[in-house]
Every structure is written in structure tokens, then in C-alpha cells.
Design a binder for this molecule. Structure first.
Ligand code: ATP
Ligand code: MG
Length: 455
């Protein structure tokens, strides 16, 4: 992160500094030129003042001392020349070509650039008017050495503080970026320290606002993960405990059977082993169903279109032998035109099998069970009701929890059937409600929407 930020910031800063230096050089050159142009203009005007105009023409009075002064320069070469309107050359120390431009400054003089013998020169021309429209042009040119030297000197003085200034800025950027990303490193370390067995929220105080939001989202996820992990740990502990009871029972009975004196004693004990192993088979079957449904809860792999009334009718049909055995009457009703549905058929079978199984198990002999499939506005309604003992309001609240069999459990269930039912309902984004049936027994009502929007 720091490297990426610096990789962007440093070249940009250096490019800006280069642009600044280039602009500064242009400004320096401009003002050096302005200064030297003024002194060049002074020279040309000094010469022009020596030109005397008369009716017969022009005469120039330039004493040798004045010439020397004019030509003297430690660094540059100075040329001057006077040409009249007839093209006649008067006084001069060399050829100064005429300007290519006629643009004059506020004093009426023309400044221009020249190249002579490979040398760059700066030149100025002034005009002295005489009688009868006659005039004389005075030109002075000088090489550019002084100008270049001064520009370079000024730049050299500027570059040193500028470089120091840039170095300071780079150090500040380095420190600033470091300080800016320090909270990121803190959060990274906190995430690295997270321990699955002890999921703590990441400390989010004194974080910059942008990071605070990320960390809050992450803390939400950590809280959900922690809740899920602790629920799973509880589930494994409960499941082990449930498995242990029938297994211990089986072991005890087998040990007793081995020591039994008669065939009848042994048979009685083996019957207990049989009952305990049936409970074990039922329990492991329920555990497996629950974990399969939970595994499928995230994906929609098993979803398909099917007639839900036919599936429920099958489940009821499978329960008839058990119901008949207990002398329980079991009724079924569904709309005659069928009820199409989209969902996980196997899960719906498990849901209904558990509800009907409960009704058969907990309704005493001679009771009645009624299963209904109906259509509602946007979904289907599945009802299983019986006229058994039912459940009190407090029990109805808790029996949906895993391994919970209510305050006064009867029979030999594992307490997972209604949890499976609830999981299937959740998978289909529906609702499940436990109520008292008209016959005083339990009424379980499930509503499932027809179109499920995956979340
Ligand atoms: N139709 C019902 N009438 C009366 N009580 C019921 C009925 N259905 C469920 N219960 C009560 O709710 C409890 C939880 O039911 P659930 O189906 O979850 O577990 P279970 O039947 O005990 O075990 P299993 O996992 O084998 O189904 C039952 O133990 C029972 O006490
Ligand atoms: Mg059950």
C-alpha cells in the first residue's frame, strides 16, 4: 500500500518540480533579456544622439574615446552600424543586418534576434529623422554571453533551495503516507491475531472514518461467525450426549445378556437392545437429514417444479400402516386441480414426514389426524392437526429448538423432528406456526411462498 501510494506520489511530485523549474527558467530568461535590452537601447540612443542632421544630409561625430567605450565589453562582442535612407553605410565596426520585423517598442525602436557567423546576437535599431523626410538608421548588436551567464547563475541560486524544498516534501510525503496507513496495519494485525476458538471483535476506536466502516462490517461478520461456531459446538455436544445414552444402554444390556441364566432373560434384554438401537438409528437418521438440509440451505441445487399435493399424499400414505396399528384415523385433503410448487422435493418430504410422524406418535390410540394442502394468495399452506394432548403455549415456543422435547416429553424421540421442519421452511423462505387444533390437539401450519427470491 505504502509502495503503491509512493509510486504514484513521488513521480508526480518530481514531474511538478521539473515543470516549476522549466517555468522559472523561462521567467528568468525573460527578465534578464528585459534588463540587458534596456542597456542595449541606451547604447543605441547614445550613438543616435551623435548623429547631426543638416540640409545636405547626416554627419556623425563619434570621438575615438566614445567609440572605445561603446565597443568595450568584458564578455560580449558589440557591433554597431549606421545606414542612411540611401543605403549608404556611415560609421560602424561591422555589418549589422536590418531587422526582419518592423514592430517597434514604446520608444520607437525595433528589437530583434540575429545569427551571425554561428553566433546568436541581440540587436536594436533606432531611427534618426532629418530634413525632407530623410532618415538614418542606427543599429547596435551584441552577443548573448552575458545574458546566458546571468540566467544560468540565477537558476543555480534557485535550484539549490528548490532541491532542499523538494527533499523536504518527499520526506513529508513518506512520513505522511506512513502515518496515514498505520491504522490499516493495526487492523491487519488484529485480523491476523483472530483465533477461531476465541473470535473477538476488532477494536474500531480511533480509526479513520473509511476504515471504521470496513471494520464495522467485519465485526458484524465476526459476531455472526462466533454465534454460528458456538451453535455448532453446542449441537455437537448435544448430539454426542444423545448418541451416548442409547449406546450405553445397549452396552449394559449386552453385558447383562451375556451373563443371563436363561433364554427368556436373554431375550428380554435383547429386546431392550433392539429398542435402543432403533432409537440410535432414528437419531442418526434425523442428524443426517438435518445436516443435509443445512448444507443445501445455501444453494438451490435440488430445486425443481413438482406437485406438492402429490408429495404430501405420498407421505400420508406411508404413515397409514403406523396409524392403523395404533387405531388412528388419518385424513387428507387437497384441491382437486393440484398444487404446483417450486422447491426441494426431498426436503418437503422430510418436513411432512416429521409432522405426520409426530401426530401419529403423540396422539393416543383411537385419535384422528387431518392433513390439508391448500393454496393461499402467493403460496401454499400445509396443515397437520390431530386431537391428541397437544402442547401448552410455553412448550410450543421451545420445541422448535434442537433436541428440545418440551417440559414433559413422552415416547422416545430425539427432539430433532421440528428443527428439521423449521430448517426446511427457512430454506423455502416460509413460516411455521404451532397452535391448538379444534380437537384440542396440536395444529402445525406451514406457509411457503411460490416464488422464492434467492438471497
Ligand atoms: N403432534 C404433537 N402432539 C403433541 N406433542 C407434540 C406433537 N408434535 C411434537 N410434540 C412435542 O414436541 C417435541 C419435539 O418434537 P420433535 O419432532 O422435534 O422431536 P421428537 O419427536 O421428540 O423426536 P424426533 O427427532 O424423533 O422427531 C416432542 O418431543 C413432543 O413432546
Ligand atoms: Mg418428532
Amino acid at each position: 500500500m505504502r509502495r503503491r501510494l509512493l509510486a504514484w506520489l513521488l513521480p508526480t511530485t518530481l514531474a511538478l518540480a521539473a515543470i516549476w523549474l522549466w517555468a522559472a527558467y523561462a521567467i528568468v530568461v525573460h527578465f534578464v533579456n528585459v534588463a540587458y535590452d534596456r542597456s542595449l537601447e541606451d547604447s543605441v540612443e547614445t550613438i543616435a544622439r551623435q548623429v547631426v542632421a543638416s540640409d545636405s544630409g547626416f554627419s556623425v561625430d563619434l570621438p575615438p574615446a566614445a567609440r572605445q567605450m561603446l565597443e568595450f565589453d568584458r564578455v560580449d562582442r558589440i557591433l554597431y552600424q549606421m545606414v542612411d535612407d540611401q543605403g549608404v553605410r556611415h560609421v560602424g565596426n561591422g555589418e549589422v543586418p536590418a531587422p526582419v520585423t518592423s514592430q517597434t517598442n514604446s520608444h520607437g525602436n525595433v528589437f530583434y534576434d540575429l545569427t551571425r557567423d554561428g553566433q546568436h546576437l541581440r540587436a536594436v535599431q533606432t531611427r534618426v529623422s532629418g530634413a525632407g523626410g530623410r532618415f538614418m538608421l542606427v543599429r547596435v548588436a551584441e552577443t548573448r554571453q552575458k545574458r546566458n551567464m546571468l540566467s544560468r547563475e540565477v537558476m543555480a541560486y534557485m535550484v539549490a533551495p528548490q532541491s532542499l524544498f523538494m527533499a523536504g516534501i518527499i520526506v513529508l510525503i513518506w512520513i505522511g503516507v506512513g502515518r496515514g496507513i498505520a491504522p490499516l496495519a493495526r487492523v491487519r494485525d488484529a485480523i491476523a491475531r483472530l483465533d477461531p476458538s476465541d473470535l473477538r471483535r476488532i477494536d474500531d476506536h480511533a480509526l479513520p472514518m473509511e476504515l471504521h466502516q470496513q471494520v464495522s462490517v467485519m465485526n458484524g461478520l465476526i459476531a455472526r461467525l462466533a454465534a454460528l461456531l458456538s451453535a455448532q459446538r453446542r449441537f455437537i455436544a448435544d448430539a454426542s450426549h444423545q448418541l451416548r445414552t442409547p449406546l450405553t444402554n445397549i452396552r449394559t444390556q449386552v453385558e447383562l445378556a451375556l451373563r443371563a441364566g436363561s433364554y427368556e432373560d436373554m431375550r428380554a434384554m435383547l429386546e431392550k437392545v433392539d429398542a435402543a438401537s432403533s432409537r440410535l438409528v432414528r437419531l442418526t437418521g434425523q442428524l443426517l437429514t438435518l445436516s443435509r438440509i443445512e448444507a443445501g440451505a445455501d444453494g438451490f441445487a435440488h430445486r425443481a417444479d413438482f406437485a406438492i399435493d402429490a408429495v404430501v399424499a405420498d407421505v400420508v400414505a406411508w404413515s397409514i400402516p403406523a396409524a392403523l396399528k395404533k387405531g388412528i384415523e388419518i385424513g387428507f385433503d387437497a384441491p382437486p386441480d393440484g398444487v404446483p410448487f417450486h422447491g426441494d422435493q426431498h426436503a418437503i418430504e422430510q418436513l411432512m414426514a416429521n409432522l405426520v410422524d409426530n401426530a401419529v406418535n403423540y396422539t393416543p390410540a383411537g385419535g384422528r389426524i387431518f392433513v390439508t394442502v391448500g393454496k393461499t394468495g402467493q403460496g401454499v399452506q400445509l396443515i397437520v392437526q390431530d386431537n391428541g394432548p397437544g402442547l401448552g403455549a410455553a412448550d410450543r415456543e421451545r420445541v422448535l429448538n434442537r433436541f428440545d422435547r418440551g417440559a414433559q416429553p413422552s415416547g422416545t424421540g430425539s427432539g430433532l423432528g421440528l428443527s428439521i421442519a423449521q430448517e426446511v421452511v427457512r430454506l423455502h423462505h416460509g413460516t411455521i406456526r404451532l397452535d391448538e387444533s379444534t380437537g384440542g390437539g396440536l395444529k402445525v401450519e406451514v406457509r411457503l411462498p411460490l416464488t422464492v427470491v434467492p438471497q
